[in-house]
Design a protein around this ligand. Structure first.
Ligand SMILES: *[C@@H]1O[C@H](CO)[C@@H](O)[C@H](O)[C@H]1NC(C)=O
Ligand SMILES: *[C@@H]1O[C@H](CO)[C@@H](O)[C@H](O)[C@H]1NC(C)=O
Length: 506
């Protein structure tokens, strides 16, 4: 029995490089329920899309092509695990939680894996919604270490500066959208990625070497590069619920049907939204307290069905199914290109003397985060540019960069998802893109040839290199810098008329 359990876990353990095994959230390190039930093949927490706790990378990041060296990186990162999302709570989880609280107790199962409902206390409540969980902070700290390991030559030196404060030196900036969950994530990331004499007491940076900078969420004159959807009046999350619920009405009744055989009295009370609620609670309860009985109530097929629910929803809300997506992905991609183009550095990882961006001096120790005077798309002389934001942005950027949309895929991401059956070999997998701390990197690197240097760019999503279809003339599916430069400009022109698509006509 023990051996069987171990064998069941083996593929999962093997998939993780050794240093990740210890540091990944513990609730992701196994998928047996400890009660002798058959081990599942899949871990539901890796199939919950935007509710999946941080779990990627589960494999080593795709190495650079042979003989290449990294020059600059722009990173767009979703915030870490939160205790609950407002809309999902109001619309789906709360009605279920209230139903269970008020149900005729005789209808609750008295044995088996549903018994816990008799004295279940929901750890999610109105007042902790949208708050980064303690595990979420640990995860973000881990990401800071991981990014430092991966890109250490692009970071400022860890050494304490012995010389007097160099007024002309611009601090290394970490940008964050202005919601508390983004700021908290960025602070934990800074604590993980920098030594304590640089990270500041609370992760706001020491103001000299490192500085956390807040980008106002709705400011339209900020080139909108972190939260463009919040400045776009026509962006609307609601319509995507319709196709998603259509798919829900295909799979959820089958779950209820199965439950009629297991827990007939309770099954009688459940509707489709309750099935979705319980599957969401598996994620949020695990985030809040480290485990959830709800994760043991459904079959592998049913978890894959809810994953498809989210993929359908996000296809229309922030993927290839929304005509707004490339417009809203454009600002960050353009900014990233500008930053990757960079200014010459001395080549030893040290920054060139300041292009004064005016932010130094607004910093006060222990005070509020500085509101920078120049937008993220100004010229900054650092080599790695991290930005923290919301789930929508990595998805928009994926569309603008034409990721997961190659005609080599059996079902590229721009294909309309059928709503009467699940497509398993689809390229659009939001669990891989917008899980908590999900991130998209654009990496500029070079290879030295005999007499000249050739520069390239590649896109990397959660550690895995992905093709930008139409910009793939470089090594190992990457893109030559000159091609990338033109390609981004062409696409920015095609999807650049922000105002016209974002203005509400009434
Ligand atoms: C930065 O964004 C502003 C506003 O969209 C734009 O006018 C400006 O040209 C951009 N600068 C660069 C260097 O891309
Ligand atoms: C996705 O691929 C299709 C087919 O090649 C193409 O027509 C479409 O323009 C692509 N979408 C984007 C946003 O580039």
């Amino acid at each position: 029995m023990l051996l069987l359990t171990l064998l069941g876990l083996l593929p999962f353990i093997l998939a993780l490089p050794s240093n990740f095994q210890e540091q990944q959230p513990f609730y992701l390190n196994g998928h047996h329920d400890g009660k002798g039930n058959t081990p599942r093949k899949i871990n539901p927490l890796k199939h919950l899309s935007a509710i999946s706790p941080f779990y990627i990378p589960t494999e080593k990041p795709t190495p650079l092509p042979k003989g290449c060296e990294l020059d600059r990186v722009s990173l767009l990162i979703r915030h870490s695990s939160i205790m609950g999302n407002d809309d999902e709570f109001e619309e789906t989880m709360k009605p279920f939680i209230e139903k269970i609280a008020n149900i005729d107790r005789s209808k609750l199962p008295q044995k088996g894996k549903w018994k816990f409902l008799n004295d279940w206390q929901c750890p999610i409540s109105d007042d902790t919604l949208e708050v980064v969980s303690p595990q979420g902070k640990k995860d973000a700290k881990f990401l800071g270490k991981y990014i430092r390991d991966q890109y250490s030559p692009l970071f400022p030196s860890k050494k304490k500066t012995s010389v007097k404060k160099d007024k002309n030196k611009t601090p290394y900036k970490v940008w964050t959208a202005s919601s508390t969950r983004d700021i908290d994530t960025a602070k934990s990331y800074i604590k993980g990625g920098f030594p304590s004499h640089q990270s500041g007491d609370d992760g706001e940076g020491d103001g000299e070497v490192v500085q956390l900078v807040k980008v106002p969420n709705k400011a339209k004159d900020w080139d909108r590069s972190l939260t463009p959807h919040k400045a776009c009046d026509t962006f609307d999350k609601k319509p995507s619920l319709e196709p998603a619920n259509k798919w829900l009405s295909v799979y959820a009744p089958k779950v209820i049907e199965r439950l009629r055989g297991e827990i007939p009295e309770l099954a009688e009370e459940l509707n489709d939204q309750d099935i979705l609620a319980m599957q969401m609670l598996c994620g949020y309860e695990s985030i809040a307290v480290g485990h959830s009985e709800f994760c043991h109530l459904f079959t592998d097929e049913e978890w894959l069905d809810v994953e498809y629910y989210f993929d359908v929803r996000f296809h229309y809300m922030m993927g290839y199914g929304s005509p707004l997506s490339p417009y809203l992905g454009m600002p960050w991609a353009k900014t990233a290109k500008h930053l990757l183009a960079g200014k010459d550095t001395k080549g030893d990882g040290e920054h060139t003397p300041n292009q004064d961006d005016g932010t130094l001096g607004t910093y006060k120790k222990g005070g509020k985060l500085p509101e920078p005077k120049l937008p993220p798309n100004a010229t900054h002389t650092q080599l790695l540019h991290p930005s923290f934001t919301h789930r929508e942005s990595p998805a928009f950027v994926a569309v603008f960069l034409n990721l997961f949309n190659s005609s080599e895929h059996a079902h590229p991401s721009s294909e309309t998802p059928p709503l009467d059956h699940r497509v398993d070999d689809r390229a659009w997998r939001t669990s891989h893109l917008v899980s908590f701390l999900g991130h998209v990197a654009l990496e500029r690197f070079h290879q030295n040839h005999k007499h000249k240097q050739q520069d390239y760019v590649r896109a990397v999503v959660n550690g895995r290199a992905e093709k930008m279809s139409g910009c793939e003339d470089g090594l190992d599916g990457s893109c030559k810098w000159e091609t990338f430069d033109k390609w981004i400009d062409e696409r920015a022109q095609r999807w650049g008329d922000w105002e016209s698509v974002c203005e509400k006509s009434d």
